[in-house]
Write a protein that binds this ligand. Structure first.
Ligand SMILES: Cc1ncc(COP(=O)(O)O)c(C=O)c1O
Length: 407
């Protein structure tokens, strides 16, 4: 066996399909978000504006967060020094979990290494808690949910994206007495569309199923206290398990679930992905807790975020560019093939100092390759003008189509 040749083949396949991923090496500048410095492959540096980050609210540079992190480092050192079970549970972890439980109006919360791990660990553990469990999973659920459902050894049914009628058919076809769980998202990050939370909760009630929602692209940004779409829509009490991240709008790192005290206790006790890993560093946890405490009251920041997204969408639509607009903060611009998408991204970066990563298959279906913009309160009129001008010029240069009416 020639292992190197096998690796060459695997990598070549990605190149052949134009989906080999290139990482752009950037250093963000604290206090100056969304500006950053691009360390180019030739060793030189170029200033860039980041338009594809998931630090949706700029909390990654907020003084409240940075001060809490510095204080925790000074007080306790760098790492936590252990798993949650063996010396790695600190007052900071307890405080963050209390903050999260309060945010989502649940009895308890559990912090994981990331929301990816929280999804994977929880969904792969649930069949141990509910033998015979069938998981009904939205077709466009994030890879971490798919992985958790796939690994759990239980039964799964995949319903067409946001199709509650299809979900109903699948629920109806199964034994009413077996345990069931419906797993879905509140904001799907590639199109920026919303899950039909209330309808899914109604079905869950009708078929006596549990509900599991991923609010990763909503926490911090929606609802009176920023707890997400379920809070905004008054549905928090109808969701059994809420998953969120601390790495996007919260601006730090980590993930979690919020649920009943019993559910959290059981997942805490059975999920290998929670048990057998070092807990997050206290400084990270302290920063996340400070960020959430702040976000609970900063409605102005959320309003500013939505305003920036609305302005960008309006301006791009005005140019006739084919953006997808489902009313969320995410602005996908469909280019439609991987070569052009990569080319546009490269030209934006090198020619205009605008960094937006191309999104290709398998993250999105073939033929819908796109640039995905994430406007935030730190993107001002200057950054917006530069982006809109660059897109207008490049779209013409690449002779790409414009829609009569995008949306
Ligand atoms: C819908 C969804 N769920 C979960 C995750 C994982 O979040 P984290 O970055 O905290 O692992 C992501 C990350 O991009 C996501 O988009």
């Amino acid at each position: 066996m020639n292992y190197t040749a096998q690796l060459d083949d695997a990598l070549q396949r990605l190149h052949d399909e134009d989906r080999y991923r290139t990482f752009i090496d950037i250093e963000r500048e604290r206090g100056n978000f969304p500006h950053a410095v691009w360390n180019k492959p030739d060793g030189t540096k170029q200033p860039v504006t980041v338009w594809c980050g998931n630090d949706y609210l700029g909390m990654g540079q907020h003084p409240v967060v940075l001060d809490a992190m510095k204080e925790a480092v000074d007080a306790t050192g760098a790492g936590s020094g252990g798993t949650r079970n063996i010396s790695g549970t600190t007052v900071y972890h307890k405080r963050l979990e209390a903050e999260l439980a309060d945010w989502h109006q649940k009895e308890a919360a559990l912090v994981f290494s990331s929301a990816y791990i929280a999804n994977d660990a929880t969904l792969s553990t649930l069949p141990k808690l509910f033998p015979g469990l069938i998981i009904y999973s939205d077709a466009l659920n994030h890879a971490s949910m798919i992985e958790g459902v796939r690994r759990n050894g239980g039964a799964k049914r995949v319903f067409r994206h946001n199709d509650v009628e299809h979900l109903r058919e699948l629920l109806q076809a199964d034994d009413p007495n077996v345990p069931k769980l419906i797993a879905f998202e509140s904001v799907y990050s590639m199109d920026g569309d919303f899950g039909p939370i209330e309808e899914i909760c109604d079905l869950a009630d009708e078929f006596n199923a549990l509900t599991y929602i991923d609010e990763v692209h909503a926490v911090g940004m929606y609802g009176a206290r920023g707890a997400g779409i379920a809070e905004r829509d008054g549905l928090l009490d109808r969701l059994d398990i809420i998953n969120g991240t601390l790495g996007k709008a919260v601006g730090v790192f980590g993930g979690y679930i919020a649920a009943s005290a019993k559910m959290c206790d059981a997942v805490r006790s059975y999920a290998p992905g929670f048990i057998f890993t070092t807990s997050l560093p206290p400084a990270v946890v302290a920063g996340a807790a400070a960020s959430i405490a702040h976000l609970k009251t900063d409605q102005a920041l959320r309003a500013q975020h939505q305003t920036q997204a609305a302005i960008l969408k309006l301006r791009l639509k005005g140019l006739g560019l084919p953006i997808v607009d489902h009313g969320s903060h995410i602005v996908p611009l469909i280019v439609g093939d991987p070569k052009h998408t990569k080319l546009m991204s490269d030209m934006m970066l090198e020619g205009f100092g605008i960094y937006v990563q191309p999104i290709n298959y398998p993250t999105v279906p073939r033929g819908t390759e796109r640039l995905r913009f994430t406007p935030s309160p730190v993107h001002g009129p200057r950054e917006m003008d530069a982006l809109v001008g660059a897109l207008d010029e490049l779209w013409a240069h690449c002779a790409l189509n414009r829609a009569e009416l995008a949306g």
